[in-house]
Design a protein around this ligand. Structure first.
Ligand code: ADP
Ligand code: MG
Length: 253
């Protein structure tokens, strides 16, 4: 723990006259789940795609596992796993065939059934992506990030649009991946998700990082500044009621 695997310094991205990322700097430690939090349009996806080598930057420096993005992008590509939009998969192939296709592209030998078992999709091996529920699609797309046995995976809003059971199941999968030693960078605008999953978060607003720390520390700092919740919190919230009544098990059929 505590060795830096991603270092971003003074990163700038302009789209024409518009500056979407305004000179942000942060480091990600090996083995952590690092969250980029922020409202829509904050610059989260832009930042991620630059680190993933998929989008050119305007300025600044990015180092991933010792490799400089400007000089060694192909080295970076080899050690990262990027989540694709599920609409991007070849529609005629089933899950097993898609994994085999990726294995060929990456020149890796992976047991497809083992991978599907890890994401709880073994019984869907012969199904096509369009036949999967939202949560299953997301779990499959997370599985595909693992095929090249990456050191780091990037997840851009992986739980958006999922029901509470599917979100929780994806959270457990992400924790499981991290527990095997993979570093995870995730974007979200769900604070409960960030609080549950992330070791550290950077809060981005309008292209700038306005806070960065462990979620607990950010909460403690706010409380220490004199902040109090306007009304007393109940011991549970509506989501607790929902999960209590409907259970944790996935509803995907
Ligand atoms: P987030 O992922 O936090 O919602 P994005 O990184 O997608 O934010 O976008 C940051 C800002 O950059 C937004 O204002 C968005 O409209 C703008 N933007 C993103 N992509 C492009 C693009 N290809 N061309 C022009 N503006 C863009
Ligand atoms: Mg985005």
């Amino acid at each position: 723990m505590n060795s830096t695997i991603i270092s971003v310094r003074h990163l700038v991205k302009n789209y024409g006259n518009f500056q979407a990322v305004k000179g942000i700097s942060f480091e990600v430690q090996e083995g952590e789940i690092f969250g980029l939090l922020g409202p829509n349009g904050a610059g989260k996806s832009t930042t991620l795609e630059i680190i993933e080598t998929l989008r050119p930057k305007t300025g600044g420096e990015v180092i991933v596992d010792g490799f400089n993005l400007d000089k060694q992008p192909n080295h970076i590509k080899k050690i990262i796993g990027v989540q694709l939009q599920t609409s991007g998969y070849y529609p005629g192939l089933n899950l097993l065939q898609l994994i085999q296709l990726f294995c060929g592209l990456y020149n890796r030998k992976v047991d497809p059934m083992e991978l599907l078992e890890m994401v709880n999709l073994k019984d869907k091996a012969k199904a096509q992506v369009k036949q999967l529920s939202g949560g299953q699609k997301q779990r499959f797309s997370v599985a595909t990030t693992l095929i090249n046995q990456p050191r780091i995976i990037f997840l851009d809003e992986p739980t958006t649009g999922l029901d509470p059971q599917a979100r929780r199941s994806l959270w457990e999968l992400i924790k499981q991946i991290r527990d095997k030693g993979t570093t995870v960078i995730i974007t979200t605008h769900y604070m409960d998700e960030a609080e549950y999953l992330c070791d550290r978060v950077a809060i981005i607003d309008a292209g700038k990082i306005i806070a960065m720390d462990a979620p607990d520390q950010l909460i403690d700092d706010l409380v220490a500044s004199g902040f109090e919740r306007p009304k007393e919190m109940k011991m549970a919230n509506l989501e607790d009621v929902f999960i209590h009544l409907t259970g944790h098990s996935l509803r995907e059929e």
